[in-house]
Design a protein around this ligand. Sequence first.
Ligand code: 13P
Length: 234
Amino acid sequence: MIIAANLKTNLTRSATHKYIKQVQTCTQNSSQEVIVLPATSSLDSYKTDITIGVQNAYPVEHGAFTGEIGLEHLNEFAIKTILIGHSERRHILGETQELIVKKFDYFKEQGFKIIYCVGEPLEIRERSHEEVLMYIHNQFEGIDTEYENLIIAYEPVWAIGTGKVPTLEDIQNVHNELTKKSSAPLLYGGSVKVNNVKDILKVGNVNGVLVGSAALNAESFCSIIQVADELEKN
Ligand code: 13P
C-alpha cells in the first residue's frame, strides 16, 4: 500500500530532519511505499529510503515566477515525486484546471511520479452521488489518467482537516468509479487517523492513504504505517 504524509505548511527544516529520521527508523521492516511531502523550505538532501516529494512546483526549469520553485530546485535534491491538484491549491490559492494541466503535463514529461488529487466540496456532496461523480470527472479534464507514474488521491474537500470522513460505502463508490477511469493506485485522504485507517484501508479499491494532520507527528504517522503492515500480514 501507499502511505503518504502531506506536511503542508508545517515543520521547519530542522523539525523535518528529525521527523524523517524517526519515520525512517519505524519503517525499517515495513513493506509499505512511504512518501513524505515536506514544506518547500524544508526540502533537503535527506538520507532515507522514504520517498520525498513536493507539495507543489511551477512547470518550468527556472525563471521569473516570484515565490515559486522550478525543476532546477527539485533536481538539487533529486526529487521525482509531486502532488498536483490538491484542494487547498485549487480552492484557497485559486489554481485553475488550466494551470493544473500545465503542471501535470510538464512533470509527466519529466517522468515524475504524480499524486493527482480530486474531491468534491460539501455543497456538491449534499446534492447527490451523481453530482459528486460529475464534479470529480471534470477535475480530470486534460489529465492523462493512464500516465504510468500516476497515483490518484480522492480527498473530499469537506473531509480535509475537519475530522469528518465519508461513509466507507461512499469511499468505495467513488473509488470504484475511479477504477473505470484509470488503472493508477487510488489513495483516500481527508481526516485519516490512527483509529480509522484500518477500516479505510480495508475498503475495496483503496490502495493507500494520504494523511495530513495525523501525519504531522512522526509517532502517529508510524502507527498508521504499522496498521497497513498488520493488515497486509493478515
Ligand atoms: P487531513 O488529514 O488533515 O484531513 O488532510 C488531508 C490532506 O489534505 C492530505 O493531502
